[in-house]
Design a protein around this ligand. Structure first.
Ligand SMILES: Cc1cc2nc3c(=O)[nH]c(=O)nc-3n(C[C@H](O)[C@H](O)[C@H](O)COP(=O)(O)OP(=O)(O)OC[C@H]3O[C@@H](n4cnc5c(N)ncnc54)[C@H](O)[C@@H]3O)c2cc1C
Ligand code: SF4
Length: 571
């Protein structure tokens, strides 16, 4: 092969390689390094060091030329990225810009990405809920996708393990559809949220309402101090990078931890092109990397490879890893690589108002909402659509919009602005979508990016099930808000394209049978045992929960297995 720098072969050999340094890659790195493996993390984006590389973290609103909004030019240049609520003046530097990394939309798909050390862990909204036993049993019970090769009890100890390190705030609610975890003190509902909760749980015996659970240090423990992290100050400026380490990111937590072991080599600006398969050894031996700037190609070698490039990029890398043994992509004996991609349906939302409670306010900017675990089709099929949705709501007081006589100018208006306005309520869904063979990604045969990688073609859309589920949410949501005493209830279908949920999953799904899945119960490629996929690509179904906590738990579990197999000489 041309352009391969083999002169530093010895320097290029490690015990393990991790592709990607985001939420799941950071966890793979930490666990591998903690277990004594010399680990190379390859990250396509630039380096972002905790604190040092958060240029906007301590800016005031007036320090931003557009007061935090996007300039017209930036939003016109980035129609995809600017649809994401967090793509604002204070955080655009952590987002992929549309023109830099093109892809092919066979159907509309807003692919939101963060290419840098830390990946999207810098940008995420940090909501973290465990899956329940009902979620893992779902596909087998309802007859879609394939059966998960694991159950809740297999992953529960790993949730606990990850939660203690990350620091998750939450209340122990004792609800089996959203199991409790190892929680730091919870955030608090405000008076209106409590009132709505009371009326909903009194009216509906099958519905639970609880404060959100999120990766924020409400009361740091020793393990968090050891990471150099401190208490969250409730500012919700997290997408800038947190100067206190108040929320969990790879940059503030797993990567510096891994570095402290002395076993980590982090190589930013390294675009992984493909995984190298050795026909004689019958296993993967390393990766081919293209330097992000010089475009020089090189190779790195290791015993174990963890692929954590985020769901769709992991699909891309595996599809691009061809050999005579795997002409259609690494591990792709059954032709299903790239298929059964799913996501979360966020289309439905409601707004409303609540009279009264004018003597009450709340302190700070809480980084979570109130949530209701899915109550649809949990124990048996009971609607005309499969699965269900989680519901989130929050209540807050806006600014008083006008003076007592409707003034929008002058002293009376100015005085009014310093008073809180009426209570408003926002409610939204996070719906499960059903993985289908017809929702897939594949590689372009005609177009390549600047690093010689084929462009990813995305062909993922909604179906009738998603429409029915959303309509059900809008009816149920309106009824719940009405019963809770809200007024001015409005429903909305955003009609947003898939992708904007930023919870894309699948394509390299786990399963029991190598004929119908790519990965086994330890996230190991059935057909290439020393390659592990533990990001969203591995997900057999989507559940209704925010997914990243599950990626972290699956990653820690898979590393534990990989290292024990390696020590037994099986890898
Ligand atoms: C605004 C926003 C809000 C979100 N809110 C939540 C939430 O509340 N809860 C939740 O659970 N999830 C949330 N998410 C999703 C969450 O960020 C992702 O699930 C999570 O980051 C996925 O982790 P990952 O390791 O798979 O990918 P990432 O964190 O994206 O990391 C992947 C890394 O791989 C690198 N990479 C890609 N291709 C290559 C290559 N070829 N070679 C080398 N490196 C490569 C990328 O540059 C990136 O750094 C949110 C995301 C966003 C953007
Ligand atoms: S809300 Fe907490 S975690 Fe987010 S930026 Fe503020 S202090 Fe940091």
């Amino acid at each position: 092969m041309a352009n391969i720098n083999t002169s530093k072969f010895a320097d290029h050999t490690f015990d393990a390689i991790v592709i990607g340094s985001g939420i799941s890659g950071g966890w793979a790195a930490k666990e591998l390094c903690d277990k004594g493996l010399k680990t190379l993390v390859l990250e396509r984006g630039r380096n972002v060091e905790h604190l040092k590389d958060y240029p906007t973290a301590t800016k005031n609103p007036w320090d931003f030329p557009h007061r935090g909004r996007l300039s017209l030019e930036l939003s016109e240049e980035n129609p995809i990225a600017s649809r994401c609520y967090a793509f604002k003046e204070d955080a655009t530097h952590f987002f992929v810009k549309d023109k830099e990394h093109p892809y092919v939309q066979e159907k509309p798909f807003d692919w939101i990405r963060g290419y840098q050390v830390g990946g999207k862990s810098l940008l995420w909204a940090r909501q973290t809920q465990r899956w329940s036993k009902y979620d893992f049993e779902g596909p087998a019970r309802d007859g879609f996708a394939v059966d998960w090769p694991i159950r809740y009890d297999d992953i529960a100890p790993w949730y606990s393990y990850v939660e203690r390190f990350v620091g998750i705030s939450g209340n122990k609610d004792g609800v089996d559809t959203l199991p409790d975890g190892e929680f730091l003190p919870p955030w608090e509902m405000n008076v209106v949220e409590k009132a709505i909760r009371k009326r909903i749980v009194e009216t509906y015996k099958d519905r639970h309402v609880m404060i959100g659970r999120c990766a924020h240090l409400t009361k740091p423990e020793e393990i968090h101090h050891q990471q150099g992290r401190g208490q969250c100050q409730a500012r919700t400026l997290c997408q800038r990078g947190c100067p206190y380490g108040g929320y969990f990111s790879s940059n503030s937590s797993t990567l510096p931890w891994a570095a402290k072991t002395g076993n980590l080599t982090l190589r930013p600006d390294s675009v992984v092109h493909s995984i190298l398969y050795d026909e004689q050894k019958g296993k993967a031996v390393g990766v081919r990397v293209v330097d992000a700037h010089t475009k020089e190609a090189t190779e790195y070698f290791a015993n174990i490879i963890f692929v954590n490039a985020a769901a769709l990029n992991t699909n891309l890398i595996l599809l691009n890893s061809t050999s005579s043994r795997f002409p259609n992509g690494l591990g792709n004996d059954n032709g299903l690589l790239g298929k059964y991609v799913a996501f979360h349906n966020y289309r439905g939302s409601l707004s409303a108002s609540m009279d009264g409670y004018e003597d009450s306010y709340y302190y700070g900017r809480r980084p979570c909402a109130v949530m209701m675990p899915n109550f649809r089709n949990v124990h048996k099929q009971e609607t005309d659509f499969l699965r269900g949705y989680m519901v989130f709501y929050s209540a807050g007081r806006g600014r008083s919009g006008a003076g007592p006589n409707g003034e929008q100018l002058g002293a009376a208006y100015k005085d009014a602005l310093s008073e809180p306005g009426n209570w408003g309520i926002y409610m939204m869904m996070q719906g499960e979508t059903i993985p289908k063979e017809s929702n897939y990604v594949s590689l372009s045969t005609s177009e390549k990016d600047a690093w010689g990688m084929p462009l990813l073609k995305v062909s993922v859309g909604y179906d009738e099930n998603d429409e029915k589920s959303m309509k059900d949410f809008l009816v149920q949501g309106a009824e719940m808000l009405d019963k809770a005493g809200c007024k001015n209830i409005h429903t909305n279908d955003s009609k947003q394209a898939p992708g904007l949920d930023i919870h894309e999953m699948g394509g390299v799904r786990m399963g029991r049978d190598p004929k119908t899945s790519l990965l086994n119960e330890y996230n190991q490629l059935h057909a290439c045992k020393n390659v592990f996929v533990t990001d969203g690509a591995c997900m057999t179904s989507t559940g209704t929960q925010n997914p990243s906590l599950t990626y972290m738990a699956l990653t820690a579990r898979a590393v534990d297995y990989a290292v024990s197999e390696m020590k037994k000489g099986n890898l």
